[in-house]
Design a protein around this ligand. Structure first.
Ligand SMILES: [Zn+2]
Length: 77
C-alpha cells in the first residue's frame, strides 16, 4: 500500500500502521480514510497529503530518498 506524507509538517501516514489514536486501524489505505480525517500532527486536511513514489524518488530525487529513509525509520520507532 502507498505511503502518504503531510506537505505541511512531514507526518507520514503508513497504512500498515494506520492512525490508532484516531481509530484508524492498521491496514487502512489512505484512500479509505474518511474525508474529514486530519493530520494527527498539524491538523492538515487529506488534500495536503501527497503520495510517496519510491521508484520516482529513487530515480529523480536520490537525496530526498535518503532523507525519506531516515525520517521513515525515525517514525517507525
Ligand atoms: Zn501535518
Amino acid at each position: 500500500m502507498d505511503l502518504y506524507t503531510c506537505d505541511l509538517c512531514g507526518y507520514y501516514y503508513d497504512p500498515e500502521y494506520g492512525d490508532e489514536e484516531n481509530n484508524i486501524h492498521a491496514g487502512t489505505a489512505f484512500e479509505k480514510l474518511s474525508s474529514d480525517w486530519k493530520c494527527p500532527e498539524c491538523g492538515a486536511s487529506k488534500g495536503e497529503f501527497y503520495k510517496l513514489d519510491y521508484e520516482e524518488l529513487d530515480d529523480t530525487y536520490e537525496e530526498d530518498y535518503d532523507t525519506f529513509d531516515a525520517l521513515h525509520e525515525e517514525y517507525m520507532e
